[in-house]
Design a protein around this ligand. Structure first.
Ligand SMILES: Nc1ncnc2c1ncn2[C@@H]1O[C@H](COP(=O)(O)OP(=O)(O)OP(=O)(O)O)[C@@H](O)[C@H]1O
Ligand SMILES: [Mg+2]
Length: 242
């Protein structure tokens, strides 16, 4: 059992718009991630999932209100948002291939000055044992699934209050995705960490999440508990291959 090391907070997004140049990609999203919950955003290629995470972190041109815990961060810069505890694992992972697993984790802890860094490494090796076995291996030579675990463990080293994951299943085989998502569930159950996960793999994502939102063309088309969406004929037809 991993101790509760996080100071989890919720996220509230109201009327979020985002555009690239003259092209509006998000057209007024409203959604919430309660503290300690796992929410997923589902949607097809190009629906605006990555843009949603970028907009929350103020990495693109946005309007609307984003509240982290009790703080309005709509106009807060990206670096300060990270300092306030919202950490983003981008699509495609972004680990340093030339550094070892352990050095990647240390990069994740670079802002910390406390003396629990080593304890945290042990905690994340408990949830992702393969990283412990490969702690001196270069990140670039890890398998896709191992690299995804490393990207998440590195983000955890910053002691986030809320973790954003952009398509963690990308490029992984179904069995590996299932194993990875089981570990995310363990992480959430054992630590209470609040997570917002963007996914195209609706079947497995709905098994992992408490609540789900479906984005189509930059708008929330449907939302509900995972069970509600799994049983919704429109979701089954469009996203669950029914
Ligand atoms: N930097 C950019 N400049 C211009 N348009 C962009 C930019 N980034 C994304 N877009 C456009 O915004 C729309 C939404 O893209 P986004 O990356 O958010 O989709 P997504 O749902 O994450 O898709 P995927 O599942 O393929 O990752 C797309 O039409 C895309 O072409
Ligand atoms: Mg994307």
């Amino acid at each position: 059992m991993v101790d509760d090391v996080f100071d989890e907070v919720g996220l509230k997004v109201e009327n979020l718009h985002a555009s690239y140049g003259a092209v509006e990609v998000l057209r007024g999203l409203d959604f919430e991630v309660p503290a300690k919950n796992v929410s997923v955003i589902l949607g097809a290629n190009g629906a605006g999932k990555t843009t949603t995470l970028r907009a929350i972190c103020n990495m693109c041109n946005t309007s609307g209100t984003v509240t982290l815990g009790d703080r309005d961060i709509s106009r807060t810069g990206t670096a300060e948002i990270v300092r306030q505890g919202m950490v983003h694992v981008p699509q495609g992972r972004g680990t340093f291939p030339e550094l070892s697993t352990m050095d990647n984790l240390m990069v994740g802890a670079y802002t910390r000055k406390d003396n629990e860094i080593k304890d945290d490494v042990d905690r994340w090796f408990e949830i992702f044992p393969v990283l412990g076995e490969r702690s001196s291996q270069m990140a670039g030579s890890l398998s896709g699934g191992e690299q995804q675990m490393l990207a998440v463990a590195r983000a955890l080293m910053a002691r986030p209050r809320l973790l954003l994951l952009d398509e963690p299943s990308l490029g992984l085989a179904p069995l590996i995705i299932e194993d990875l998502f089981d570990r995310f569930i363990t992480l959430n159950k054992e630590t209470g960490l609040t997570m917002l996960i963007v996914e195209q793999n609706a079947n497995l994502a709905l098994d992992m999440a408490d609540y789900a939102y479906v984005i189509e063309s930059g708008e929330i088309a449907l939302h509900g508990t995972s069970d509600q969406l799994k049983n919704d004929p429109a979701v089954q037809e469009a996203y669950l291959g029914a």
